[in-house]
Design a binder for this molecule. Structure first.
Ligand SMILES: [Zn+2]
Length: 119
């Protein structure tokens, strides 16, 4: 099969998710089947990058030397419009319930999704 989509984990500015052809559930972690109903017909789709902040966690201690330059930084859980929840970076002043939109920034040498408040 060709035509596999690229996402931020391979350096492209995109967030991918899977949508189940049987029950319609969205899932972020790639599997060969639907985690909700077990159907094998999951389809990879590109997400809009919009969502709502579900949780925030301000990181003040660096886990690795590469991340030290970024502290303090915010790690978010975002409920996307498509219905899956993802972990990502975002502005430090974001609060639970904020409407956000994803951009992309370099973090410790990698391109990562970075959420900002939607205007
Ligand atoms: Zn399903």
């Amino acid at each position: 099969m060709s035509g596999k989509l690229a996402d931020w984990t391979s350096g492209a500015e995109a967030i991918l998710y899977q949508s189940c052809g049987a029950c319609g559930r969205a899932q972020y972690f790639r599997r060969s089947f639907c985690a909700a109903c077990g159907a094998p017909d999951v389809v990879e789709k590109s997400a809009s990058g919009t969502g709502t902040v579900y949780a925030t966690s301000l990181v003040c201690r660096a886990a690795t030397p590469e991340t030290r330059a970024h502290i303090p930084y915010n790690i978010l859980l975002v409920d996307t419009r498509e219905g899956f929840r993802m972990m990502a970076h975002g502005d430090n002043d974001l609060a639970i319930g904020d409407q956000v939109v994803a951009g992309y920034r370099s973090f410790a040498g990698r391109l990562v999704p970075y959420f900002e408040k939607r205007k």
